[in-house]
Ligand binder design. Structure first.
Ligand SMILES: *Cc1c(COP(=O)(O)O)cnc(C)c1O
Length: 398
């Protein structure tokens, strides 16, 4: 505990306080478990906010990262190396069929998508991008502006011009917002940070049709919904549409920082040489980590596990919704599950933490589950049992 206090004090003295943190100091992780300095283990039901899609420290990913670190960590993008193109080909072959630009995070991937859309629209004087209320697209100036939540924008004005927000799932509002200045519509298939919000499936098809008809780019921010999270490799496969641009980050490197903006072949020449760049983007180490994730994804049949665990978790949650009366709604797809309560969930989170299970909460009343996609059934059972007991206790206390 002494060392914990030391670390907390160091943070207080030397780290800018941009985060609300829980007082847990982790030094190692394995699978779905994190370990504190004193050896206490916690079951993590949202490893890396969904980044650690194969849990913490997957053996094969570690081995590939180690091998690559010894060979070559970084060559900038004025040269070639084999891992970047291999990764781009594999991502295309998962069902998108496009070309990639690599960067280091979700915000950067979205920033690249925004820049591509602006360039695409520029000859026709089009620059407006329609996004949605309660969306989340990152923390750079352009992406907080794309984000449909005022709390992320407050005090950072003036914001870049050209972003219009409309209610998620309301197609009439989208049609009304479209003008001869619109160059793109950008959305998450399931709004993650905004509360695991869903729209009717028909909504995405309507957007796709509208975009085709008006030559507007359909940008899917799949930073959270891709790499198997919703039950298909890409979220657009779950929702049966084909965006023009897809952005990836979080789970792509299994926890190692890497982002990607992928665009359909017809957009290949919009961002010409020199128009966009990233020093670290697509470096050998990050690409090798992502390639390792894709290999494990196939070998361990991750999608089968996502489906199995999803139906198990949903079964138990549905039963809890009936037996307690504090669950308003259970939302999401695959292993991206939101539970909205009719009461505050801070106490629920605390009860789980006391039993060494970590859950993520959004706002006052929403719990978001983003377990590792390869989570063991035994671990999932344990996590949901603890959550279930905590829900029952919370219901009793009302
Ligand atoms: C997390 C997230 C981002 C931002 O990603 P960073 O890597 O934190 O920049 C953008 N969009 C969505 C949908 C996200 O979930």
């Amino acid at each position: 505990m002494l060392i914990n206090n030391f670390v907390l004090e160091q943070y207080d003295s030397y780290i800018l306080p941009t985060y609300g943190r829980e007082e847990l100091v982790f030094i190692s992780g394995q699978g779905s478990y994190l370990t504190e300095v004193d050896g206490d283990k916690y079951l993590d039901l949202y490893p890396g906010w969904g980044s650690a899609c194969l849990g913490h420290c997957h053996k094969y990913v570690i081995q590939q990262i180690n091998d690559q670190a010894r060979e070559l960590i970084h060559v900038p993008n004025n040269f070639y190396h084999p891992w970047q193109s291999e990764l781009a080909e594999q991502l295309a072959m998962q069902g998108f069929g496009g070309l990639s630009f690599f960067c280091n995070s979700g915000a950067e991937a979205n920033e690249a998508a925004i820049k591509l859309a602006r360039r695409y629209g520029s000859p026709k004087g089009r620059y407006e991008i329609i996004t949605f209320d309660k969306s989340f697209h990152g923390r750079t100036l352009a992406t907080i502006t794309a984000t449909g939540q005022e709390k992320y924008q407050k005090g950072f004005e003036p914001l870049p011009a050209g972003f219009i927000h409309v209610p998620f799932g309301n197609f009439a509002a989208v049609e009304k917002a479209v003008s001869d200045k619109t160059c793109a519509i950008m959305l998450e298939f399931i709004q993650g940070e905004g509360g695991v919000n869903v729209a009717p499936d028909s909504f995405f098809k309507q957007i796709e049709t509208l975009c085709r008809k008006k030559d507007i780019l359909f940008i899917a921010d799949e930073v959270q919904t891709s790499i198997g999270r919703t039950g298909s490799f890409y979220g657009f496969q779950t929702f049966g549409v084909e965006p023009d641009i897809v952005t990836l980050a979080k789970a792509l490197g299994g926890g190692f920082p890497i982002g990607a903006m992928m665009a359909k072949p017809r957009l290949k020449d919009v961002l010409t040489a020199g128009s966009h760049a990233s020093t670290f983007g697509g470096n050998p180490l990050a690409c090798r980590a992502a390639l390792a994730v894709l290999t494990v994804f196939q070998q361990e049949k991750i999608l089968d596990n996502v489906k199995e665990q999803e139906s198990y978790v949903r079964g138990l949650l549905n039963a809890l919704q009936t037996s307690t009366n504090i669950i308003k709604e259970i939302r999401g797809r695959g292993l991206m599950i939101g539970i909205e309560f009719s009461v505050p969930v801070a106490r629920l989170k605390q009860l789980c933490k006391e039993r060494h299970v970590l859950i993520n909460t959004i706002g006052d009343t929403i719990v978001r589950l983003l377990p590792a996609l390869n989570i063991d059934h035994k671990d999932m059972q344990h996590g949901i049992n603890v959550l279930g007991q905590a829900i029952k206790q919370l219901a009793k206390e009302q």
